[in-house]
Design a protein around this ligand. Structure first.
Ligand code: PNW
Length: 487
């Protein structure tokens, strides 16, 4: 054990105590913070310039799918295919944000958040994925950005959040789609660069590749063998690289460009140096085809060897584009397994399955593992030293019921968020470069293949009237944002 590890271990034990009773333990935690030498965040506070925000995505909230020249997307096709989405739900209307974006801005303002992460519907800008831009689509995002800025809210823009123009032949199976994305991303960033300073290329590589083309739960719902899947993954990271390059070329100096990914992240089963090291090994290996390739500019030998003849076909220059340095890394954090060091395996770690009764939220994959927000960011920071990290999504579905007084008392969502925040606070207190946090989601919306059966909003949406009502979790978040400390 090195001196550094001993010190980290000591911090960890103190913070674990803090996690159990943050308020009751403020005295001890204060001493802990002083020992860490971070000062600024204190026992429960966040850095004074910490950016609080909310997140959404175009297809999940906008509706207006046939308006102002918008082209069809893979999700329009998928959601209209019987049996693909729960209850046959679609994003045809969703939260009608295309018309009600001013209401959404008012919600953000009332929360007191300083940032809003939203995505642009590629097919509103290029209805066929490429070609001639559609001014009416551009105008919508101009109105949205102007409205946000007038309300003092900083836009963080995602260029692709899964709604792929249906006209692009074979979707992400086709390498040309990555080039079409680069062209679109550069064009749109150029349109917004006078007002938008933060762009993310794509959202969640694993979801629009593996979950869409390998396991098939998401559009287009294919179950392809590993050779094509690895090629699709490569097109995904290549699209990011081409987008990054195009956005940089099209935007003013000072523009920050990153990606919003959901790498698999882990918690050490016990907070000891060997298991902490195993977390890093697991993060690096399990994301070899995605974030590791982006952060290291190459596929790991272990990944290429394991895939053998199914490894992706990589052209000259691809890895340079893919590995170009980011201005920031945005990470969507929901869940993560525990890992242990295991010298009997070549990779040196083993991932522990979630026990049957482990706590989880209604989305079957959403195990409550609040420590992962700290350990994930720590592993990423230590291995890859990103210039800055944003938590671009964190939140949960909950079994919300509207009470007699019209309010949703989602104490379970408050519990989930408070626990994750406790470990986020530890990350800032220990000086990890986490600069902001976006709750998923601003409001209930179309939850992909789960339709409207799993709702993640901190505002309830009555989908008949489109009335938005703050849930208890919104009141809780407003208080956290106001005080800039754990509540
Ligand atoms: C993210 N998983 O998706 C997306 O970015 C959002 O659009 C989505 O609404 C939100 O999280 C909630 O699901 C994920 O299986 C989907 O681990 C699935 C997983 C993770 C994130």
């Amino acid at each position: 054990m090195t001196g550094i590890n001993r010190r980290e271990l000591g911090l960890g034990l103190g913070a674990a105590a803090l996690g159990v009773g943050a308020l009751a333990n403020s005295g001890a935690a204060g001493a802990q913070s002083a020992a860490a030498g971070s000062g600024q965040a204190g026992a429960q506070g966040f850095p004074s310039d910490f950016l609080w925000g909310c997140a959404t995505a175009a297809y999940q909230i906008e509706g207006a799918v046939n308006e102002d020249g918008r082209g069809q997307t893979n999700w329009d096709v998928f959601s209209h295919t019987p049996g693909k989405v729960a209850n046959g739900d679609t994003g045809d209307v969703a939260c009608d944000s295309y018309h009600r974006y001013q209401d959404d801005i008012a919600l953000l303002k009332a929360l007191g958040v300083k940032a809003y992460r939203f995505s642009i519907a590629w097919s509103r800008i290029f209805p066929n994925g490429r070609g001639k831009p559609n001014q009416k689509g551009i105008d919508y995002y101009n109105r949205l950005v102007d409205g946000l800025l007038a309300a003092g809210i900083t836009p963080h823009v995602t260029l692709f959040h899964w709604d792929l123009p249906a006209a692009l032949p074979d979707g992400w199976q086709n390498r040309d789609t990555a080039y079409a994305f680069g062209d679109y991303a550069g064009f749109m960033a150029g349109e917004l660069t006078d007002r938008v300073k933060h762009f993310m290329t794509v959202n969640e590589l694993r979801c629009f590749t593996d979950l869409s083309y390998m396991t098939g739960g998401k559009a287009p719902g294919l179950k392809l063998p590993m050779g094509p899947v690895n090629q699709i993954r490569h097109h995904g990271v290549l699209a990011h690289g081409l987008g990054l390059q195009a956005i940089r070329q099209a935007t003013r100096s000072g523009t920050q460009v990153g990606i919003a990914d959901n790498p698999s992240i882990f918690v050490p089963a016990i907070e000891t140096p060997e298991h902490i090291e195993a977390v890093k090994k697991a993060v690096r290996a399990e994301n070899a085809m995605f974030l590791t390739a982006i952060m290291e500019g190459k596929y790991t030998d272990a990944y290429l060897t394991a895939q053998g003849k199914d490894a992706p076909n990589v052209k000259d220059g691809d890895m340079k584009l893919i590995g170009a340095p980011l201005d920031f890394l945005s990470v969507n954090v929901y869940t993560g397994n525990s890992v242990m060091a295991d010298s009997s395996t070549p990779a040196g770690y083993k991932i522990l399955p979630h026990p049957g009764q482990a706590p989880r939220m209604p989305s079957p994959w959403l195990y409550v593992t609040p420590e992962v927000i700290y350990w994930g960011m720590r592993a990423i920071s230590e291995m890859w030293k990103p210039k800055g990290i944003y938590i671009s999504e964190n939140g949960c579905s909950a079994d919300d019921k509207v009470a007699a007084d019209g309010k949703v008392y989602d104490t379970d969502r408050v519990m989930y968020l408070r626990n994750y925040m406790t470990h986020l606070q530890r990350a800032t207190r220990e000086g990890l470069p986490v600069k902001g946090y976006f709750v998923w989601s601003l409001m209930d919306n179309f939850e992909w293949e789960d339709g409207y059966t799993k709702l993640f909003g901190i505002h309830h949406v009555d989908f008949k009237t489109q009335k938005r009502t703050p849930k208890l979790s919104a009141d809780w978040y407003r208080e956290l944002v106001r005080t800039n400390r754990l509540v």
